[in-house]
Design a protein around this ligand. Structure first.
Ligand SMILES: Cc1ncc(COP(=O)(O)O)c(C=O)c1O
Length: 450
């Protein structure tokens, strides 16, 4: 019998300093936060303020320690404050942070990415995933000289106007088409008039749209794994079908690997699923938390940026500190024949197996979907979640309760049921034991209440 964990008495009693900080923050920061997923829609009754990270752990301002499975929403693949990344950043800060000139470092990191990722012949650096997808879409339109881009229902590609579409749309009734549903106010319909929409994991439907509009379509953009709804993998053969359809119609396939890039394999989802895109976008796991993104692809396409037929520019592109962090991160991920991924896969497998046992012992309606160091637990009566529509009977309230119980037992998972759990190379078997013990107790609490 595992030893009972020391669960905190209540959110308010355990985190009084966070409560005070949130009150202060709410006076000067809209919603008290810098990005909505950090706010009270997820963290109730107020967000917990973190003070520092160390390996797989975060410590909050009241001194509580958490095994961190949020990991900065994905970037922290080596754990917090990885010594080699810290040393590289410190060294670079001393040499200079930004010259806005050419530097040898940018060539080294570009070469490293081209070595690691299949089919990437050239890259450009950006400052975020949002910028990466925005530029990849512009480049695809410039290369093909076609206006439309197709995206999938529920997929997220960042915060530029054209892709803030059908992220969490109302659920459709049987047979109803996917209609445009922008996120929030302030996005004129003209901004997404050249976007087409399709449901995910439905070859028939996407074929129908491509057969009809293919000659106007510059690109199909997708998350190879729909990670912005937890973890929804492509059905067997689905990515191959998309590759084939797009190639036949002269449409570029853009894989948005902002989450999966460098996380699942050195070559990301392209390598995992043996599919090669025309353009690929990166950000999160490439620099262990430093602010940088990239997009890359075939030289024939990327070359249009060099001739300036398609515009990509920016003062902070290839900032030296983020580039130094990227070099130190990618070097470690590529070292010893990419041994890091075997560790991440083994930890992930153990956690998923353990969670499935927890679920079956508690007798609750829940499943776990994942791969390598990414996963999500869904409270659902379904055996599998295949697309956005399958989320309509998801029990988000129970997930939030479960997440709060986990947090109270020193495990930070994001309470939004559409987020996911990540692992880093800094997590150990003991950390997995702690997470599973917390899951066992948390599941018992929510099972008793439902
Ligand atoms: C698949 C995907 N693409 C793009 C983005 C946007 O990245 P950023 O937040 O760095 O702008 C995200 C962010 O979560 C993402 O998950």
């Amino acid at each position: 019998m595992a030893k009972a964990l020391a669960a905190w008495p209540s959110w308010e009693e355990a985190t009084p300093t966070s409560r005070d900080l949130f009150e202060r923050a709410s006076r000067v920061l809209p919603g008290g936060v810098l990005s909505p997923v950090r706010g009270v829609s997820a963290f109730h009754p107020y967000p917990i303020y973190m003070e520092h990270g160390e390996g797989p752990y975060l410590f909050d301002v009241d001194g509580n320690r958490y095994v961190d499975l949020v990991l900065g929403l994905g970037p922290i693949i080596l754990g917090h404050n990885d010594p080699a990344v810290v040393a590289a950043v410190q060294d670079q800060v001393q040499q200079g942070s930004l010259f806005a000139t050419c530097t040898p470092l940018e060539i080294e990191v570009a070469e490293r990415i081209c070595e690691m990722a299949p089919g990437i012949e050239m890259v450009r650096f950006t400052n975020s995933g949002t910028e990466s997808t925005m530029h990849a879409m512009r480049l695809a339109r410039g290369f093909t000289e076609r206006p439309y881009v197709l995206k999938f229902e529920g997929h997220f590609h960042g915060n530029h106007d054209q892709v803030l579409l059908n992220i969490n749309p109302p659920f459709r009734s049987e047979g109803e088409e996917v209609m445009p549903f922008p996120v929030g106010r302030g996005i004129p319909p003209e901004h997404y008039a050249t976007m087409l929409l399709a449901p995910w994991n439905d070859v028939g439907e996407v074929s129908r749209i491509i057969e009809r509009h293919g000659h106007h379509l510059a690109a199909v953009i997708l998350e190879p794994i729909m990670a912005n709804k937890g973890f929804i993998p492509p059905e067997p053969g689905y990515l191959e079908a998309l590759r084939d359809l797009t190639a036949r119609h002269g449409i570029l396939l853009i894989l948005d690997e902002v989450v999966t890039g460098f996380r699942l394999r050195p070559g990301g989802a392209q390598e995992l699923y043996s599919v090669q895109a025309d353009l690929v976008t990166y950000a999160k796991a490439m620099a262990n938390g430093a602010t940088i993104g990239a997009f890359g692809g075939r030289a024939e396409i990327m070359g249009l940026l060099g001739t300036m037929e398609v515009r990509h520019a920016g003062t902070y592109n290839g900032g030296l500190v983020p580039l130094a962090a990227a070099r130190a991160t990618l070097d470690q991920l590529a070292a010893d024949g990419a041994a890091a991924y075997a560790k991440l896969d083994a930890l992930g497998e153990r956690l998923r197996d353990g969670l499935r046992h927890v679920i079956s012992r508690a007798g609750v309606n829940a499943i776990v979907q994942g791969e390598g160091s990414m996963m999500q637990l869904y409270f659902t009566p379904r055996q599998r979640i295949r697309n956005y529509q399958d989320l309509q009977d998801l029990d988000g309230t129970t997930y939030r309760r479960f997440a709060n119980e986990m947090i109270g037992r020193g495990v930070l998972i994001h309470p939004d049921p559409y987020e996911h759990w990540f692992l880093s190379t800094a997590h150990t078997s003991d950390d997995i034991d702690h997470v599973l013990a917390a899951a066992e107790e948390s599941m018992a609490v929510v099972a008793a209440r439902s």
